[in-house]
Design a protein around this ligand. Structure first.
Ligand SMILES: [Zn+2]
Length: 654
């Protein structure tokens, strides 16, 4: 009886397992690609329909062809990079291919029917005003509090001292029973599109909805004139610190801190002529400033240089630094082609002062790798190879998970194994226990995993490299991806689309040289095709300042020989283009006592080479060697330590 019940629970959990991995937001949609249209062409589409159109910083702004309005009061924002559109009046949003249909000149009755259906599909489904009303149902407005209550509240949350009047401008609410503060996020037409919440027990702010929100928290000093300048910060704490010191007129608090800048927010930000980005002086802030400035349009962006004397607003306020002076000192992100030495000097100096940040994100699980590679840096290209069955995918999975757990936004292109299996491996690596034996904690694990910034590409059937690159570029823009993994390049080359090319190629070669065998030509063709893919990813890494890790099978597969950089399949192109070459050497395949290790065979950044021992723990699917003492205590009291570990991972990822 009990066992039957247990079995049923297991099956139920397993189903949950699959369904949660299939959740939409994990995936990168193949239909969403870059716009690949010049702005002038984009404008033409609207002009053909006699619609007004102007070019903004990140979007073009036009009369909405979806609205039925004759008054032309609507504003339609079309992202210049992706073509994603949003209307402030009819609240439609969607991808360019939908909008293109509305702009098409041929009008027939069938066409109208189709457009009417489309109109419904791109209309915003959720009513955030209703949701917001529900959220604050049991809460009290800050305005209605007594001064005493208000001061207790600030103390309780250890927030910077902001007057009750200033705080009430943010229109926030306090729910006493749950001890939560709610801040509405405002978007176009000052409508509420979501909210941020702050609790005393969780350090991080929570945001609803969890992705793609079109608003932010905006503070505007009362009676201040509008100068179209805004200071942009990531957290409510930083926002309040700036308000408390009365350091500026207008402040924007981003919805997802530095994790992601949704393209849906860009229309709202169009009205600002100057944005001063003030993040922290830590590693993530260091990288994010440049990333976000690119998305906001660098030409209007300034940033507070991350130095010890210019930490994030909260710390600067605590140290009693002059916040106004720091803001006056903000530097333009955009440099004209001629850079003065003064600017270069500052850049060099700040690089030297922040050497550990320039070196990149450090792995938590591989201290040896940190010593050799120094860290994981944006804009680089890494090649991983190793004999068949040595665990390249398993290793890359943990290697990327480690970085993702530290906030590196990651996109997986897994052509070798299915996404569900990959996500399951990562989940197990994250929690460090076999999932099947710990189904009772599955929800806890899954919730923690969902919070990691990992996305999976889904491809159905063969795709050309152009389509794949388009999807990756789009995802990198939308989700602010910092690390792309391709597993593996050979699978990506496919077989079906190449065969007809090979035939053609073969005919050309044979016409010139009768002695070449078909096999040789096929190999040549594959080399040539792989080189093309490698070159495309190399350019992508540089252009988008994104790290690309690519798995490539080796050329020779004899287990008694060590692999070298020249054993990588294909021409020498891959190892030449790579900044880092990692090789898994697997002696356990040839001898019983042989060990497995990771060899750093190329390192362009520091030149250091070396090896790291890989000890595989099957229960954790992990190559991390943990302290022996810890493992022993874990065995003694299995259940409690498991729970602890789950909580630890939970904490790390929240
Ligand atoms: Zn509209």
């Amino acid at each position: 009886m009990f066992s039957k019940l247990f079995l049923r629970i297991c099956i139920l959990k397993r189903k949950q397992h699959i369904s949660y991995i299939d959740k939409q937001y994990f995936h990168v949609n193949i239909k969403e690609s870059m716009l690949n249209l010049p702005v002038s062409r984009l404008k033409q589409f609207f002009k053909q329909q006699c619609l007004n159109v102007v070019e903004g910083y990140t979007c073009i702004i036009a009369d909405c062809p979806i609205c039925d309005n004759k008054m032309k009061e609507s504003k339609l924002y079309i992202n210049k990079t992706t073509g994603f559109f949003m209307c402030n009046k009819c609240k439609s949003m969607g991808s360019w291919d939908i909008l293109e249909k509305f702009l098409s000149t041929q009008k027939s009755s069938e066409r109208y029917k189709e457009l009417n259906v489309l109109k419904d599909t791109c209309h915003l489904k959720e009513n955030f005003v209703q949701i917001w009303k529900g959220v604050i149902k049991n809460s009290q407005s800050i305005v209605d509090m007594s001064l005493e209550e208000y001061e207790i509240l600030l103390n309780n949350f250890s927030l910077p001292y902001v007057t009750q009047e200033d705080m009430s401008h943010l229109n926030c609410f306090y729910e006493k029973s749950a001890n939560v503060l709610y801040f509405p996020l405002v978007g176009l037409n000052n409508s509420i599109v979501g909210y941020k919440s702050l609790t005393t027990h969780l350090k991080e702010e929570q945001t609803f909805p969890t992705f793609g929100v079109s608003g932010c928290i905006k503070y505007k000093q009362s009676h201040s004139k509008s100068d179209n300048v805004a200071v942009v910060v990531g957290t409510i704490e930083d926002l309040l610190a700036l308000i408390s010191k009365k350091s500026t007129h207008t402040i924007i608090c981003l919805p997802y801190n530095l994790r992601n800048l949704p393209q849906q927010l860009l229309p709202y930000m169009e009205s600002f002529k100057k944005l001063i980005l003030w993040f922290g002086n830590d590693e993530t802030s260091w990288y994010t400033v440049k990333q976000f400035a690119k998305k906001f349009n660098e030409r209007r962006c300034y940033f507070v240089r991350p130095t010890d004397l210019q930490p994030r607003p909260t710390l600067a306020a605590k140290m009693n630094y002059d916040l106004k002076a720091i803001l006056r000192n903000a530097q333009p992100v955009w440099h004209e082609s001629i850079i003065t030495f003064q600017e270069l000097k500052e850049e060099i100096l700040s690089d030297l002062l922040n050497i550990d940040k320039v070196q990149g994100v450090k792995w938590k699980r591989y201290p040896v790798l940190n010593q050799i590679l120094k860290g994981h840096r944006r804009g680089e290209f890494t090649v991983l190879t190793g004999p068949t069955g040595c665990g390249k995918t398993t290793f890359m999975s943990e290697y990327s998970l480690d970085l993702a757990m530290q906030g590196v936004n990651t996109l997986w292109g897994s052509f070798e194994i299915r996404n569900v299996r990959l996500a399951k491996t990562m989940l197990q690596q994250m929690v460090g226990v076999p999932l099947d034996e710990n189904l009772e904690n599955f929800d806890l694990y899954a919730t923690a995993f969902e919070k990691l910034p990992i996305y999976f590409m889904t491809f159905h059937g063969q795709q050309t490299i152009k389509v794949v690159m388009d999807v990756i570029e789009h995802a990198t823009y939308v989700h602010d991806i910092a690390h792309v993994i391709i597993d593996n390049v050979q699978f990506m080359m496919g077989t079906t689309d190449s065969s007809k090319h090979v035939d053609r190629y073969y005919k050309i070669v044979v016409a010139r040289n009768n002695f070449t065998s078909f096999e040789t030509v096929l190999l040549c063709f594959r080399f040539w095709k792989q080189d093309d893919i490698v070159a495309k990813f190399r350019n992508f890494a540089t252009k988008y300042n994104c790290h690309v890790s690519m798995i490539i099978h080796p050329r020779k597969e004899r287990s008694d020989e060590e692999l070298t950089t020249s054993s990588i399949f294909g021409s020498a192109k891959a190892s030449q283009e790579a900044d880092n070459v990692l090789i898994i050497q697997d002696k356990s395949l040839s001898s019983l006592r042989g060990k497995k290790y990771l060899q750093v065979a190329k390192n362009r950044y520091s030149g250091d080479l070396g090896v790291m021992l890989l000890e595989f723990d099957k229960s954790k699917l992990s190559y991390t060697s943990r302290l022996k003492g810890k493992q022993k205590s874990g065995e003694k009291d299995k259940s409690s330590s498991k729970k602890q570990r789950a909580e630890q991972t939970d904490e790390k990822t929240v």
